[in-house]
Design a protein around this ligand. Structure first.
Ligand SMILES: Nc1ncnc2c1ncn2[C@@H]1O[C@H](COP(=O)(O)OP(=O)(O)OP(=O)(O)O)[C@@H](O)[C@H]1O
Ligand SMILES: [Mg+2]
Length: 252
């Protein structure tokens, strides 16, 4: 197996009231090609910081992130990012938002339309394709951001609490859709969540972080088969792993 995303001793400091603050302390992690990792940890432990550095949107103070062996130098089309705060262009409709990356990729109009249609339908927003973001609920905005990231067909998905604002049913549906595309197209996924069940249900490995300073605490292998099903979710093996993750996160 080859490495796809490598965090090499990534450190990030911020100046808070003229004092240096360690948001991320020597974070190292090797994500394999085609692997699905989830990241959990208390608020402020540096999850978004790590993801934004991998996305090329933030510079590390020390260390580096490698994508396919090459140091990250800004954002790239092979990395699809879904932000914690759904970042939609407010002046564009749902359809135009989803088509945005495809336009940059140089897809012709008819093809853009067709791809956008497919992903808007996937996230259940067909009736709102021509609406502006301000007319959507939080969960609908989030689904639009998901469609936009999926549409450009990235090999790496960097997802920062993508399903956080969704109702339980939509959330489970989108988890299963994500797993389905992931196993079919072998993408590499780094997925941040606060939900321990979600973290275990989706992942090959759960990365547990600790705060003050933000750092890697523990990695728990999820040795459960795919496709993940409701049966697996209710199995004693699932519960056992879930409890270990829960303990590692909340007994820090
Ligand atoms: N631009 C910034 N300037 C100053 N401090 C920052 C900045 N961005 C993040 N931080 C600090 O770095 C720490 C890590 O932030 P980060 O957003 O990575 O946490 P997180 O694990 O994603 O938390 P949450 O679960 O609440 O989203 C926090 O203490 C935060 O206050
Ligand atoms: Mg965050």
């Amino acid at each position: 197996m080859t490495s796809k995303v490598v965090f090499n001793n990534v450190t990030r400091r911020f100046d808070l009231k003229n004092e240096p603050f360690l948001a991320l302390d020597r974070f190292s992690l090797d994500i394999m090609d085609g692997e699905f990792v989830t990241v959990v940890g208390p608020s402020g432990c540096g999850k978004s910081t790590a993801l934004n550095i991998a996305a090329g949107l933030m510079q590390p103070s020390e260390g580096e992130v490698l994508i396919d062996g090459m140091p990250v130098d800004g954002p790239g089309p092979e990395r699809g990012v879904i932000f914690q705060q759904y970042a939609l262009f407010p002046w564009l409709t749902v359809r135009q938002n989803v088509e945005f990356g495809l336009r940059i990729k140089g897809e012709p109009a008819a093809r853009r339309r067709e791809i956008a249609e497919r992903f808007i339908d996937l996230v259940g927003l067909s009736d709102f394709a021509d609406s502006l973001p301000k007319t959507l609920s939080g969960g609908m905005k989030q689904r639009c951001a998901i469609a936009r990231a999926y549409a450009v067909d990235p090999t790496i998905l960097l997802m920062d609490e993508p399903f956080g604002a969704l109702d339980a049913l939509t959330r489970v549906q989108l988890q299963d859709q994500l797993l389905e595309t992931w196993s079919r197209e072998r993408r590499t996924v780094m997925f941040i969540t606060h939900d321990v069940d979600e973290a275990v249900y989706l992942a090959n490995r759960v990365i547990i972080m600790a705060a003050r300073p933000g750092r890697l605490k523990e990695i728990i292998d999820v040795d459960l088969p795919y496709p993940r099903t409701e049966e697996i979710r209710l199995s004693p093996e699932f519960m056992e792993i879930r409890n270990r993750v829960w303990h590692a996160v909340y007994h820090q």
